[in-house]
Design a protein around this ligand. Structure first.
Ligand SMILES: CC(C)(COP(=O)(O)OP(=O)(O)OC[C@H]1O[C@@H](n2cnc3c(N)ncnc32)[C@H](O)[C@@H]1OP(=O)(O)O)[C@@H](O)C(=O)NCCC(=O)NCCS
Length: 169
């Protein structure tokens, strides 16, 4: 599908929130995951921080903004913090393009790797990231901030069925 990626702007924020809400619908059949996702949207402050840092990107089709990726540095790696594609535009390669864009950005800035956390309860997520070159990290391999992030998620009641993944750049 024809699409282009650009830095997000502040006026995109309402659309990004709507995309995230729409993407939650993919988890409808998994009530636990669905409720946690709906209850914990990406904070607006994180989106504005990403806009300021120029590490929040949107992907646009001829129709409209269809997805976004937010990243920031964590312990020397570039961490993909949030990735959502509106299901109306899903499975047409937009998510892959956003991940490749973030990796290209990170490579250009000499980050050695990209990291992310994904849910193993969503059966297709980790396998999809594997096809994009990510591998799962063990607890022993996690850097201090990634460990703290995981521990905080567990404290907040988010599922333990999560895995940290890394792609060497
Ligand atoms: C994950 C996500 C960003 C992928 O976006 P996308 O534009 O559909 O990505 P692509 O088209 O590049 O690749 C989609 C691949 O993901 C997997 N996938 C996505 N949705 C799926 C579904 N409902 N069932 C099975 N596999 C699915 C498949 O491997 C698919 O490839 P295929 O269509 O060739 O089988 C999107 O599904 C989404 O927003 N999900 C909800 C939020 C989320 O899980 N974010 C990531 C958390 S780490």
């Amino acid at each position: 599908m024809e699409s282009s990626i650009r830095n997000a702007r502040i006026e995109d924020v309402p659309r990004l929130r709507a995309i995230e809400r729409a993407a939650c619908e993919l988890f409808r059949a998994m009530p636990d995951v669905y409720q946690r996702y709906v209850a914990h949207p990406t904070p607006e402050a994180s989106l504005t921080k990403g806009i300021d840092a120029e590490t929040l990107w949107v992907i646009e089709t001829a129709e409209r903004v269809a997805g976004f990726l937010l990243g920031f540095p964590v312990d020397g790696a570039f961490h993909i913090d949030e990735l959502d594609v509106d299901p109306l535009f899903g499975r047409r390669g937009l998510g892959t393009k956003l991940v490749e864009h973030a990796c290209e950005y990170a490579r250009g800035r000499r980050y050695p790797s990209c990291t992310l956390v994904t849910m193993t309860s969503v059966r297709w997520n980790a396998p999809w990231y594997r096809t994009l070159g990510f591998r799962e990290l063990t607890w022993d391999e996690l850097t201090p901030t990634l460990r703290t992030m995981r521990a905080k998620e567990i404290e907040r009641g988010l599922d333990r069925e999560r895995v940290v993944m890394l792609r060497e750049l």
